[in-house]
Design a protein around this ligand. Sequence first.
Ligand code: NAD
Length: 497
Amino acid sequence: VYQPPGQPGSIVDYRPRYEHWIGGRWTPPVLGRYFENPSPVTGEVFTEVARGSAEDIEAALDAAHAAAPAWGRTPPAERAQVLLRIADRIERNLERLAVAESWENGKPVRETLGADLPLAVDQLRYFAGALRAQEGGLSQLDEDTVAYHFHEPLGVVGQIIPWNFPILMAVWKIAPALAAGNTVVLKPAEQTPASVLLLVELTADLLPPGVLNVVNGFGLEAGRPLASSDRIRKIAFTGETTTGRLISQYASGNLIPVSLELGGKSPNLFFADVAAEQDAFYDKALEGFAMFALNQGEVCTCPSRALIESPVYDRLLADGLERVRGLRQGDPLDTATQVGAQASDEQLRKILSYIEIGQAEGAKLLAGGERADLGGPLSGGYYVTPTVFEGVNGMRIFQEEIFGPVVAVTRFEDFDDAITLANDTLYGLGAGVWTRDGTTAYRAGRAIQAGRVWTNCFHAYPAHAAFGGYKNSGIGREGHKAVLEHYQQTKNLLVSY
Ligand code: NAD
């Protein structure tokens, strides 16, 4: 068990107050306002953070514009080197960042240590490599004509991120943007700014001043002026679908590209052959069923709809429930904990209200369904027990994104029925398919309208695998070398010698 920040023996020391990070230094908010940041682990405030406004966004844009020409001209090999150094620095401080993020977000430290931060490191190394692989582009059209392609940075870009993976979301955004030679103004979520700021502080000496700027604060006060600014050449956003629509509207007047990673209601399909034997494959599928509780369900691809083929419905659900009841919920700073706290009081209340809605609509509650009191100092924390509903067809809990550890389970009769149910959603971000049959897996993978279909696995996020949404889940992709070009202008010189 790690000690909370500020306690004797803790490896994390949060500052009592954070300002903005602009032009390579801490910068107080122009309007002088701050907001309190509580830890979901105990509900206690541990730091206060600058509450940004349009004035702070302007200051950050000034710094980003001042830094843009030199950073854009920095040779790709050098920029790649900077990303690699940042990756190394994170890796060397992995434990510290992992505990810090767990404290601020409520997620189990085993996840931040074992998955979130290693994935952030991988993302930086991947885009450093992708940038190097872009070099050497020249094509000869005929004897005397040559096409040169130059990848130019867009310039200054704006990025707005949510709170569910504070550091990983920041790195997903900044790695391709910085690799491509852009300078960035980033607005973290108001629920989790401090772990992002810790990362920025830790790597401050590796980037020239103004290349990466962070303005904290709330959506309408700091996010909106950033997304609406005519001084950015792209806005990249991750968050709710309703917010994504607004971002798109703000940006449309400036005719800039928008990338939107939005919500989801991902189906997880279990075909009958999964339960043909009680073997390691079946075991892995049950683990896949319980994955709706990973990160307390606060994952955009949370498999929040489980679809099970009729002949094995009862057995698979019973075994799945046993798996869910066996998940260890507890202190996020305990490395044995599998399910921690929801990220905020607001999120806790939203989830509990959806559980009430499900019950009021007549869904059958099979597990969980309540706020957990973990006792002692954790009593004030935001814990919800992993929750399973069945009898959910047509209900709101089967359609709307809850963003909590709640799964709605139903049955399907055959392949076509499974695909119809899977696609009966406004979203299209992730999906899971579990089957021992390669053809079924392929056909389902192609038929499901979602940007990422996991087959016989779930919640893997390698840096090279393209990630993004169909339908209301967004526009654009992240995490693939093609994303570099979304942060670049492609200049063509066609020369006849
Ligand atoms: P949110 O939309 O409320 O907030 C996200 C960010 O946008 C925050 O930084 C917030 O301050 C800012 N914001 C809010 N209103 C704004 C406005 N009017 N103008 C500019 N900025 C504004 O989302 P959230 O609750 O923080 O995050 C949860 C959502 O994010 C879920 O819907 C989840 O599915 C989604 N998500 C998607 C992905 C993905 O890759 N598709 C990944 C993680 C989370």
